[in-house]
Design a protein around this ligand. Structure first.
Ligand SMILES: NC(=O)c1ccc[n+]([C@@H]2O[C@H](COP(=O)([O-])OP(=O)(O)OC[C@H]3O[C@@H](n4cnc5c(N)ncnc54)[C@H](OP(=O)(O)O)[C@@H]3O)[C@@H](O)[C@H]2O)c1
Length: 296
């Protein structure tokens, strides 16, 4: 039986990775930090999936080598802090895993996004360079926008976490007519497991570019499904630039809604083309589920 270690399995994406890995019939291993290891409530669903729990930390090289030595392949779905992720790269080289899906990929395709415009993406790019230099058997999955972050906010990243439902007021970036692409966390996990089972995906990059839609179209779709009409606050590209000057990570909004970088065609193979048997959740079905949950 193939064994898969997930680092970040209590998180948004990692919990979907854990479920997909268990569905795939893998022997599931997870690495959790000491504080989490003592939290039965947070570990409950992972234990139900039969996960073997390793206690460790991305900053603790020995714990990473111990956990990685017990498995065939590793998925990391933590937020990338370069020093910690570099420790993981070193540990995986020393442990000798057969496949590694780094968290560096879970965002924009490096081939589409201009270097130097989004600090978190530049960090991820640096980690990917280290992975290649270490000659690890990686598979990088570029996701573009997650449903929970972008669709549930009607494309307004600034409102992330404010409510499980799309917001009553939404900022419209630029003219609202630039397309972007989105995928559910469950589908990201399905693509990842499919790629892990694909020997041709070793040392390769795969992009998910599904559900292409503009911000105007997304807001209209929500109106149609829910009968709600969010208030629109327009923000020009120049006003967004002024915000990015003081909060550079907001370069993500420019990449999505001004430059259209998540919808650019690149030479990176696209997941739905590569694996046509996979069916992807649509934005409309996600909106229907949200509206139902809100008692539409
Ligand atoms: N493109 C998009 O729209 C988008 C949206 C969201 C996220 N992302 C990307 O997706 C990836 C996962 O993000 P997420 O939102 O799923 O993350 P998350 O929900 O914040 O979860 C992070 C996980 O990492 C674990 N963790 C944090 N620091 C750790 C450490 N030092 N050692 C070991 N484990 C540690 C946490 O464990 P504890 O339980 O101990 O806290 C948690 O399980 C990231 O690369 C992120 O940039 C992309």
């Amino acid at each position: 039986m193939t064994s898969t270690l997930i680092i970040g399995a209590t998180g948004l994406l990692g919990s979907e990775m854990a479920k997909a890995s268990a569905r795939n019939g893998d022997r599931l291993h997870v690495l959790v930090r000491p504080a989490t290891a003592g939290d039965e409530e947070r570990l409950h669903s992972l234990k139900e999936l039969g996960a073997k729990i390793h206690v460790g930390d991305l900053d603790d090289y020995d714990s990473l080598v111990r956990a990685a030595s017990a498995v065939d392949r590793v998925i990391s779905s933590v937020h990338v802090h370069s020093a910690s992720e570099m420790t993981l790269v070193r540990a995986l080289s020393d442990a000798g895993v057969s496949r590694y899906v780094p968290s560096a990929g879970f965002g924009l395709d490096f081939a589409a996004a201009a270097p130097g415009s989004i600090p978190p993406l530049d960090l991820k790019r640096g980690v990917f360079d280290a992975i290649r230099q270490a000659d690890l058997p990686y598979t990088v999955i570029y996701t573009n926008g997650f449903f929970s972050t972008w669709v549930a906010t009607l494309g307004d990243l600034m409102r992330f976490g404010s409510s499980p439902l799309p917001p009553e007021e939404v900022t419209l970036y630029g003219d609202g007519n630039v397309p972007a692409t989105f995928v559910s966390e469950k589908d990201i996990a399905a693509v990842t497991l499919r790629a892990l089972n694909d020997p041709n995906a070793i040392r390769s990059e795969i992009r998910i570019a599904r559900n292409k839609i503009t911000q105007n179209e997304m807001i209209d779709l929500w109106r149609g499904v829910s009968g709600r009409s969010p208030r629109i606050v327009p923000q020009s590209a120049a006003e967004l630039e002024a915000m990015i000057a003081s909060a550079p990570w907001l370069g993500l909004l420019r990449a999505f809604w001004i430059r259209g970088e998540t919808a650019l065609e690149t030479a990176t193979p696209e997941a739905g083309v590569l694996y046509p048997e996979l069916a992807f959740e649509t934005i409309e079905s996600a909106f229907v589920a949200m509206a139902d949950a809100a008692g539409r």
